[in-house]
Write a protein that binds this ligand. Sequence first.
Ligand SMILES: Nc1ncnc2c1ncn2[C@@H]1O[C@H](COP(=O)(O)OP(=O)(O)OP(=O)(O)O)[C@@H](O)[C@H]1O
Ligand SMILES: [Mg+2]
Length: 476
Amino acid sequence: MLFRLLIVIQKSAVRRHIQTALTLPDVMVQTLGPRNHLWQHLAGLNVDCVILDKTLVPAPVNQNIKTLLDLPDPPSVVILSEQENAEERAGFLAAGCEAVLNPGLPAETLREVFSVILDRRRARRVEDLATRRLTSQARLTDFVTHSPVMQSFMNVVLRVVQSDAPLLIQGETGVGKERLARAIHTEGPRSSGPFIAVNCGALPESLLESELFGHEIGAFTGATRTRRGCFELAHRGTLFLDEITEMPLHLQVRLLRVLQDYEFQPVGAEKTIKVSVRVMASTNKNMEEEVQAGRFRKDLFYRLSVVSLTVPPLRQRREDIPALVENYISLFRSRIGSDVYSVHPEAMKALCEYSWPGNVRELINVLERATLLCTQDQIRQEDLPESIRSNVKESFPVLSLSVNGTLINSTDAFPLLPWRKMRRMLLEHGERQYLVELLKSTHGHIGQTAKHAGMQPRSLFDKMKKYGLRKEDYRK
Ligand SMILES: Nc1ncnc2c1ncn2[C@@H]1O[C@H](COP(=O)(O)OP(=O)(O)OP(=O)(O)O)[C@@H](O)[C@H]1O
Ligand SMILES: [Mg+2]
């Protein structure tokens, strides 16, 4: 995150001295002179540290310092005082100020004091992050897999972890796009920085701009306090833009500009802010379709998809279902104190065969419900929802196809093959199956088969030859 430092000093020479001394990397310095309603204005600004001229603090000092320290996300307050006065100093420190300094101190000393304050704030933030991570830790090991489809996907993921380029994560709902983004952040070079997530579909257009880029106090009616945008908060870390396709077109233009040089102006601000942020975007819509329909800008799509990952749906990596089931059952055991230790093989079979349109999220919900309903220490078929129990087959039959000489299920083969080849294979598989069934029903009678199929006998022969079918094999 970028640290905002506000210097409020009466004498412009002193202001300049402090400003020069404290211009440091990752610190954005703002200055303010004396003005009407200063305290009201200060309460509307949102900064990490404010350095205040003692003479500008209105009486009662204690109460006014407290007003600043009671703000949400309050700043650290440092007082500048030209005269040494032990009693006054004690008063400021007791009110909660971090330090009382003489503005005449050498730049080096001022920098040291300020660095200590910054480090303290940073440490507090890292502690917050660590506590949050304990509850929602995502690691790449969560995605350890037995599925060939997922293994090849993870090989690509491992190659992009260290990169700083924008990343687009696509995939059906509930496949784990956000969890993967968090894991990439946690294992990447920015892991000590923040991971800030914004759902672009959850906010009205007018608020989304402020949410992303922030706004200054008074930028619009109702902007009573400066707001720091997610780009600023994610400085030195990662910004995760969820449901990116929901972003209105005019904000897409703005985002594209920011992604060129990572510089932007908060709404109503004069100053430009420069940040270092890795942007990850995610969607469960088909991006190319959105671009074609004119709902998403092509140039932004290209910029965001410097690296693009599509998380495979759960039904293409069924091998991973037993491990996920086991992990979540043990999680629920400790979280809701259940006594469930295993899943009956029949129930596991049903879980592995279901098509999981809601992917991992749906699986978790089903397991949580089953754990709650279960009256024994083992989840059985009857603890599962009807749709899974009755083992509804996929609407499209699963076929065995020969890919590079090995027979594999069509659903497993889909992600391995380009569209044209897959289409040809499915067509050929279907044609062969059709002819086999027809030849069986006519006992290999070519005339009848051709008539039934509405084909010329010559074409039928050609097809039979292509698929290695012989009429003799179907004679009674
Ligand atoms: N490999 C995994 N291991 C354990 N839990 C997972 C895994 N993948 C996903 N999950 C869990 O599944 C749930 C859904 O994941 P997540 O929110 O990342 O999905 P998503 O793709 O972002 O969904 P949506 O498109 O609906 O936003 C979360 O609770 C997540 O922790
Ligand atoms: Mg998500």
